[in-house]
Write a protein that binds this ligand. Sequence first.
Ligand SMILES: [Zn+2]
Length: 370
Amino acid sequence: MILAIIFVLVVFPALISWADYLKKVPAYQFVVDGEVWFTIANRGALEKALTDYQQQYLEKVDPEAQVKKISFAQDVQFVPVEVRKDQIDPFEYAVERIYAVEDEAVEIIIKKGDNFWNLAKTYNITVADLEILNPEVDPHRIYPGDKLVVSPFNPVLDVMIELENTVLEAIPFTVQYQKNNNMFTHEKAIIREGTEGEKEVVYQITLRNGYQEKLEAIQETTLKEPTNALVRIGTRTTVYRGGRVNYGVVQGKRISSTYGWRIHPITGKRRFHDGLDIAANHGNSVYAYTDGRVIEAGWNGGYGNCVLIDHGNGLKTRYAHLSRINVKVGQKIKTGQKIGAVGSTGNSTGPHLHFEVIKNGKTQNPLNYL
Ligand SMILES: [Zn+2]
């Protein structure tokens, strides 16, 4: 009798709870590259958490861009299992693991005199990578106090996003020269101004954790052809000398950035470039465009060491990012006179001359003036 009472009151409930404890329920293991990260009961809630996690990397992407595919760089699987209830992990733990970070982004604060070129050197990365890490920053417009990412945010679970974005871009015009024996070598006459063309470019983009990993133009459609400028010049040859190009104001390598609007293919943000960038060797001489008087010579914020010349008739030219300045304010200048040397001071991504033409207070496309 006593045994029966013990059985009913103690052993039986213990057996019931033991059986309940051993009972298995359906669940899912979240497996990353073959390693079980956690076990969860509600697959729907986990999928929602993963989607939220992936979507955060779309925040800074152009809303006009077409998202083709979102995936993880790692092999990610949901494996259906039967486990005891106590083997199921709390949902908060799952979220914590999904959002785990390997390396936080390293941000620096811009100081006076910093530019993309010397910062890239300091942090041992390329200028191109610095631009990729900071797609919202215009390298030509950084100011002391601004923040700049120099080392990327690196989560444990990498999100890969494939995009396609169509942007309008300018087609720069070229300048055709017509030689004239009756003109002095430094003389120029614009017969026809050039106008930029327009094209539609389709970019195929791959982002890893929001940073550009691959960017490729896969299709270009010309909407409007450019009209080349026609300039009459004195008999001296103006172009191509031993692979170098004589742009008049500097002996350069190539035009690295033209004048006008630019749309960032990832962020969709528009930027205006108010001059012509001519990539050139550090220290190359910079020459005055034409006769005039120096009205600015010295440090000028993002322009770095900069010279501004007034040529009269509402025409001014600016020469920026110089490593050296050879003229003083008020000085009279002759066409082709040396005014300084190519550098990378101010907001610059490498040694180049930023040449600006200002007519009646408005910047003009310098290609029409060279
Ligand atoms: Zn520039």
